[in-house]
Write a protein that binds this ligand. Structure first.
Ligand SMILES: NC(=O)c1ccc[n+]([C@@H]2O[C@H](COP(=O)([O-])OP(=O)(O)OC[C@H]3O[C@@H](n4cnc5c(N)ncnc54)[C@H](O)[C@@H]3O)[C@@H](O)[C@H]2O)c1
Length: 299
């Protein structure tokens, strides 16, 4: 009971104090694997962590984008390895993971970041895209984690990071498959963190990141809600700085912006119909109405 109160107090202090005042771990020379490093959050995070002297292992299906990220890292003499891998294929994940272990060694920090979005109403979503959302946004997390967690547990040293979404906490219309995959990713991380903690592996950490929309291009056409000062579309650099702080301070969950903590708590307390009214009032039921997503080469 006393310990619970202690952790609540620590949580409050951590939430109030600016990240720069919190004690941070060193990640120098840590081997960090980031999936979806060929653009957006994955690319910016890779560059940030390489500047902190981590050795980067970049995975993406987009070879060109992945190489571009690596080039940016090599420009400041960062150490980086690239692998082209389709995360919707379990066999490719396992074979590439074996290759990484042979060529680079054990991974210390795994960031499950790659993601896809269909962006259509449920009945208009083609089966293939629904399956893709589930395989890239969550099933891949099971396979990468199965490949890299054992050595972390063995050494009692490591960190698993999942870039989920606020759409993994609250259902949004026009995002049924995306929300389902992100809810699953959040659930996977919550169970995993309990499993690691009950195994007494206090040196192995988990962080689940749940941001609202970010201006990377993945959600192009996503509309501002009625109160953008409370729920703004986030800047990539801001999100990445917060993710790095969360990794360095072993923060278990990061919701962005802060209003997401409050909205999630309210969802748990409110009757469903009242929640839906609040959703409509905030304008979050129409944010996907003009969704285009990332333009493809044929656009
Ligand atoms: N952009 C947002 O508004 C937003 C908000 C919340 C959470 N997120 C999550 O953040 C993560 C990063 O998103 P982003 O905005 O940087 O998007 P992005 O489209 O810029 O990057 C996603 C990367 O994943 C890669 N990828 C897609 N399918 C793949 C596959 N089958 N195999 C390997 N790589 C694959 C893409 O090539 C791309 O480089 C995603 O998981 C996304 O769901 C994004």
């Amino acid at each position: 009971m006393l310990l619970t109160l202690y952790y609540i107090l620590v949580g409050i202090i951590k939430a109030i104090l600016p990240a720069k005042l919190l004690p941070k771990k060193s990640v120098t020379k840590e081997k960090v694997l980031i999936t979806g490093a060929g653009s957006g959050i994955g690319r910016a995070l890779a560059i940030h962590l390489a500047k902190l002297d981590c050795e980067l292992i970049l995975w993406d299906i987009n070879e060109k984008g992945n190489e571009e990220t690596a080039e940016k890292i090599k420009k400041f003499d960062g150490v980086v390895h690239t692998y082209t891998v389709d995360l919707s294929r379990k066999d490719e994940i396992y074979s590439t993971a074996d290759k990484v272990k042979r060529e680079v060694g054990d991974v210390n920090i795994l960031v499950n970041n790659a993601g896809v979005v269909t962006g259509k109403r449920y009945l208009q979503s083609p089966d293939g895209l629904i399956e893709k959302s589930m395989s890239v946004n969550v099933m891949a997390h099971f396979w990468t984690t199965k490949a890299f967690l054992p050595s972390m547990l063995e050494k009692n040293h490591g960190h698993i990071v999942s870039i989920a979404s606020s759409a993994g906490l609250v259902g949004v219309n026009g995002l049924a498959d995306y929300c389902a995959s992100k809810f699953a990713a959040v659930g996977f991380m919550e169970s995993l963190s309990v499993e690691i903690a009950t195994a007494g592996k206090e040196g192995v950490h988990t962080t689940v990141v749940c941001p609202y929309a970010i201006n990377t291009g993945m959600f192009d056409g996503f509309k501002d809600c009625r109160f953008p000062s409370i729920l703004p579309i986030l800047e990539t650099e801001y999100v990445v700085e917060k993710i790095v702080d969360a990794i360095l301070t072993n923060q278990e969950a990061l919701y962005l912006p802060r209003a997401v903590y409050l909205l999630t708590a309210m969802k748990g307390l409110m009757p469903v119909k009242a929640g839906l009214l609040l959703h409509k009032f905030f304008g979050t039921t129409s944010v996907m109405d003009e969704f285009r997503g990332r333009p493809t080469k044929s656009d």
